[in-house]
Write a protein that binds this ligand. Structure first.
Ligand code: 13P
Length: 267
């Protein structure tokens, strides 16, 4: 984490919680953080519900003037028309979404989302005025071959090479090694830092220091309250994209509090 960037603690709920459960969760998280006098100016908190829960989260956030941001987990590359089952970026923007996760490894695996499609999703999100959270990261096979950094940086590069500086600085990148997702095998702080630093160096080469220093790079993969402090202590790790632990409200609130405590103690 660097003092130049506001850390982001983001929960990726994946296919969990219906709209009632989502509403209850957001309310409880807001209460827990309010009781802890949480300073949202120093650490941003965001949740990514399923499409079916976004409207309920929006209504609650607006009615109670909550400081929690939210977004979606994927998006269509087209804006409207005969695309059964798809949801457009404009529709998400109209629901007050700040973020859209793009290129999560589970989407790359279970859906026909190749590099070209991911570039188009990033563009759609940016055009609609939201920020993409672009997920990259190697599998265990690539790590065993020793090509993990080239792989993750390559995934970023494939997307960023066609972006302008103004577009690139709105990107958030989540380094999520596939072997760490849902396995309990969290990357060591050094591993997370090495990858985040490699991604930032590539951004620096492509866009210069001003853009590279603005882009937030998150770590994702078995994040919990047990490992969050060490991870956020790394200079290029600017927060988390959290799966399993973001489904337990006490645990997520704890990660938020620990992140804030670490950030404020180092500023
Ligand atoms: P886990 O935190 O469950 O490992 O999931 C990480 C993830 O995929 C976030 O997008």
């Amino acid at each position: 984490m660097s003092s130049a960037r506001i850390p982001l603690v983001a929960g990726n709920w994946k296919m969990n919680f219906d709209h009632l459960e989502a509403t209850y969760f957001v309310q409880k998280l807001a209460w827990l953080l309010r009781d802890a006098h949480f300073d949202y100016k120093q650490v941003e908190v965001a949740l990514m519900p399923t499409f079916t829960s976004i409207r309920s989260v929006q209504v609650l956030v607006e009615a109670d003037k909550l400081r929690i941001n939210y977004g979606a987990q994927s998006v269509s590359v087209t804006n409207q028309g005969a695309f059964t089952g798809d949801v457009s970026a404009d529709m998400l923007a109209h629901l007050g979404c700040t973020y859209v996760i793009v290129g999560h490894s589970e989407r790359r695996k279970y859906h026909p989302e190749d590099d070209a499609n991911i570039v188009d999703q990033v563009r759609a999100v940016l055009t609609a005025g939201m920020q993409p959270i672009l997920c990259v990261g190697e599998s265990m096979e690539e790590r065993r071959k020793g090509i993990q950094l080239d792989f993750a940086v390559g995934q970023v590069h494939d997307v960023t090479r066609d972006l302008s500086d103004e577009e690139a600085e709105k990107l958030i990148i989540a380094y999520e090694p596939v072997w760490a997702i849902g396995t309990g095998l969290v990357a060591t702080p050094d591993t997370a830092q090495e990858a985040a630093n490699a991604v930032r160096s590539d951004l620096r080469q492509t866009f210069g220091a001003k853009v590279a220093d603005k882009v937030r790079i998150l770590y994702g993969g078995s994040v919990s309250s047990k490992n969050a402090v060490e991870l956020i202590g790394q200079p290029d790790v600017d927060g988390f994209l959290i799966g399993g632990a973001s489904l337990k409200v006490d645990e997520l609130a704890k990660i938020c509090r620990l992140t804030l405590k670490t950030v404020t103690s180092r500023r």
